[in-house]
Design a binder for this molecule. Structure first.
Ligand code: PA5
Length: 412
């Protein structure tokens, strides 16, 4: 993984950077996600090795941090790695979506992973209730939750297998814990490689490696100019990264959009997930000519390991496009992203950077995940927010529960 910054970082003092680094280094003692790359995964691998071979579908019931990470990794790898089993996600209370997913899975060939850190999330539990009324065999379910949560107590009562989230790992930082690893491993993803990728970024950052400077500089730039460049666009040049973009939007949005600690100011950098080349034909115009309030990160894949080529044919009236003849799609998409980068650089006032991952494999996505988690923590520290809570989301949940309580009382 490489990261090239195309903006001016000369104003950052060395001691400011060292101070930021020290603060993050200290956080490793209290925030659990930092240490996930070194966790012991024997219990997950044992479970996977003894898993019922007749199960064809792994069905996750979860939302937000309990589903988006696994989905990002699964969808990234799907085009190149034939999954052992299909992975489905019930994430929405949209009845049409519930019915649609149900129509795709045979209950008898499915295993359900009910994932909720709190164990009380309305979306997850409402869908679970619906499914449990249809299929109540405890062996069909595995639960992932916090120890002693209401869901843990329920699962233990019915005799289902329960995995616990490690201590101090928040929902949106949990993809590299059992929350993401279990569903992925059950579908054949090499989770050791995923963690190795994350570990390489961790070591690079914490042991003076190649990513330390770029991560610190980038975070300091975003924080220093967060009121000017208050939008961060992630422009990923591969359809495989579509759900990674969703994961990034949640990670960035829920972690950084906050009231500052000990202040009344509301801050944040709005995340936008874009996919190239599709969004060259939509959002790009806004970046090039619109308000100068956006920074852009391009993600490129160095080697698609695919030689699909545009054939050498001439079509009447389309002769001018013979310039495409004989080019691999891999080269074409890379030339497209490079051309957009060049065009944006020429504007001179749009902060840009490029992340280049090697290929579509577990190691690369593990690197990307850990890189973004670190970047989020760094920016959060600098803009002075509590990166790991989500009071804004909680307040809506409380209002909903009150409404439901009132309704249930009135019905009685
Ligand atoms: O990142 C977070 O903390 C949230 O997005 C949660 O993951 C989401 O609200 C789901 O919560 P839970 O896992 O408790 O069901």
């Amino acid at each position: 993984m490489r990261n090239r910054l195309h903006f001016n970082i000369s104003t950052f003092e060395i001691d400011e950077k060292q101070k930021l680094f020290n603060e993050i280094d200290k956080e490793c003692l209290s925030i659990g996600y930092y240490n996930l790359p070194e966790q012991n995964i024997d219990n997950i691998l044992e479970f996977v090795n003894s898993f019922d071979e007749s199960v064809e579908n792994i069905v996750v019931l979860g939302i937000g941090g309990s589903s988006l990470g696994a989905k990002a990794v699964y969808e990234f790898l799907k085009p190149v790695k034939k999954p052992w089993r299909k992975l489905y996600f019930f994430e929405s209370t949209d009845p049409l979506n519930i019915m649609e997913i149900l129509s795709k899975i045979e209950l008898d060939k499915s295993h359900f992973l009910v994932i909720s850190k709190s164990g009380t999330t309305v979306e997850t539990i409402s869908i679970f209730k619906y499914l449990y009324a249809k299929e109540s065999r405890a062996t069909r379910y595995t639960f992932i939750t916090d120890k002693e949560s209401p869901l843990d107590k329920f699962a233990t009562k019915i005799g289902s297998k329960v995995f616990y989230l490690p201590k101090n790992v928040g929902g949106r930082f949990s993809v590299l814990s059992v929350v993401g690893l279990l569903p992925l491993a059950l579908c054949g993803v090499n989770i050791s490689e995923l963690l190795k990728g994350a570990k390489s970024v961790k070591e690079s950052f914490f042991n003076d490696g190649y990513l330390k400077e770029s991560l610190l500089n980038k975070a300091m730039f975003y924080a220093k100019y967060h009121t000017t460049y208050n939008i961060n666009c992630l422009f990923a040049y591969s359809e495989t990264l579509r759900y990674f973009s969703e994961w990034y939007v949640q990670l960035w949005g829920e972690s950084l959009g906050k009231k500052q600690c000990n202040s009344a100011f509301h801050v944040g950098v709005t995340p936008i997930g874009l996919i190239g080349p599709k969004d060259q034909h939509s959002f790009l115009q806004l970046i090039v000519e619109g308000t100068r309030d956006k920074s852009v990160t391009f993600i490129k894949i160095d080697d698609f390991q695919n030689e699909l080529t545009i054939p050498n044919i001439t079509l009447p009236y389309l002769e001018s496009l013979d310039i495409l003849n004989g080019i691999t799609f891999h080269d074409l998409i890379t030339m497209q992203s490079d051309s957009v980068i060049e065009a944006l650089k020429a504007q001179g006032d749009i902060p840009l950077d490029e992340i280049i991952i090697e290929r579509v494999d577990e190691r690369s996505i593990g690197q990307l995940i850990y890189y973004y988690e670190l970047l989020t923590s760094l920016v959060g520290k600098l803009i002075n927010v509590n990166t790991y809570n989500q009071p804004g989301v909680e307040s809506g949940k409380i209002i909903l529960k009150n409404k439901l309580q009132k309704r249930s009382k009135n019905d009685k």
